[in-house]
Design a binder for this molecule. Structure first.
Ligand SMILES: Nc1ncnc2c1ncn2[C@@H]1O[C@H](COP(=O)(O)OP(=O)(O)OP(=O)(O)O)[C@@H](O)[C@H]1O
Ligand SMILES: [Mg+2]
Length: 259
């Protein structure tokens, strides 16, 4: 077999699998630099976390990925196109940080109309909505108003709304903040199932344990990428940092270890 024969399949699969490529992205608000020369990638079938403290520039970066903000400098390629391309929007699912379902619509209608907005129609829309609500444990609540759901259920409903178009790439900005441990676990399980289906997932989190348990790769962001690696590499690098999470409030504090 020729060298080309050996490397070509790898080359093709790696290029085909590349969903998101960010190259040297800068973004400022006045004189506040939120993102400084950020480069990163997400491939299909992997969960990638942006881990960083408050104000680290995570939301600013993901807003540029879903086309809500424009980089001052640098390039973002999503599914081989610009994030603002209409085709990209149809193949992407987004849960922004500050976001809630329409409180005066039912669970079913929230998912249904999210699908209509993304161009999903008819039988496919109804079947996908039912499958998602069953899977998220919200089927029994389909006729309840979103307002009547618990915080965890509302978060899961947002996930359903983001997945209604069966996206290839999903962005979740702090998907588990404020959730109790069992709801958190359910969201994690769902994200792992999506990974198995070959979707690419990018999430932001403050929680080191969440990033470690879920991710194939972690970008430790604080304005710029401080460190990128697998969870094992990050753990090794930051092994003397501990994070204490108060699950009742969702607040976390970072403390220096003693070793
Ligand atoms: N619209 C805006 N106008 C001015 N400054 C902004 C704006 N959005 C973000 N910033 C600033 O940019 C920096 C990064 O904010 P960003 O929201 O991206 O951080 P984050 O990592 O998502 O934080 P958190 O974990 O609290 O959500 C902060 O200093 C913030 O004050
Ligand atoms: Mg944020």
């Amino acid at each position: 077999m020729t060298l080309r024969g050996i490397f070509y399949p790898y080359f093709v699969s790696s290029v085909m699998g590349l969903l998101l490529k960010i190259s040297d992205v800068w973004k400022s608000f006045g004189n506040v630099v939120a993102n400084e020369g950020v480069s990163m990638e997400v491939r299909s079938g992997e969960i990638v976390s942006l881990l960083g403290p408050n104000g680290a520039g995570k939301t600013t970066l993901v807003m540029q990925i879903y086309g809500e903000l424009k980089p001052d400098k640098g390039k973002i390629s999503l599914l081989g196109k610009s994030p603002t391309d209409s085709l990209v929007k149809r193949r992407m699912g987004v849960i922004p940080q500050e976001c809630s379902p329409y409180s005066d619509l039912s669970v079913w209608d929230n998912v249904y109309y999210a699908g209509r907005l993304k161009g999903v129609k008819g039988h496919v829309l109804r079947t996908t909505a039912e499958t998602l609500l069953q899977r998220l444990g919200l089927w029994e609540k389909r006729n309840s108003l979103a307002d009547e759901l618990s915080g965890g259920m509302r978060r899961k409903l947002l996930i359903g709304m983001a997945l209604i178009n069966q996206p290839d790439f999903v962005v979740l900005d702090e998907p588990t903040v404020g959730l109790d441990p069992s709801s958190r676990r359910e969201v994690w399980d769902l994200l792992q199932e999506l990974r198995k289906e070959g979707k690419g997932i990018l999430l932001t989190t403050h929680y080191l344990d969440e990033a470690e348990k879920l991710s194939d790769r972690i970008y430790f962001l604080n304005r710029k990428v401080i460190y990128a690696g697998t969870p094992a590499e990050i753990k090794e690098k930051f092994s003397d940092w501990y994070e204490v999470v108060d699950y009742s409030t969702g607040k976390s504090i970072r403390v220096r270890g003693t070793r």
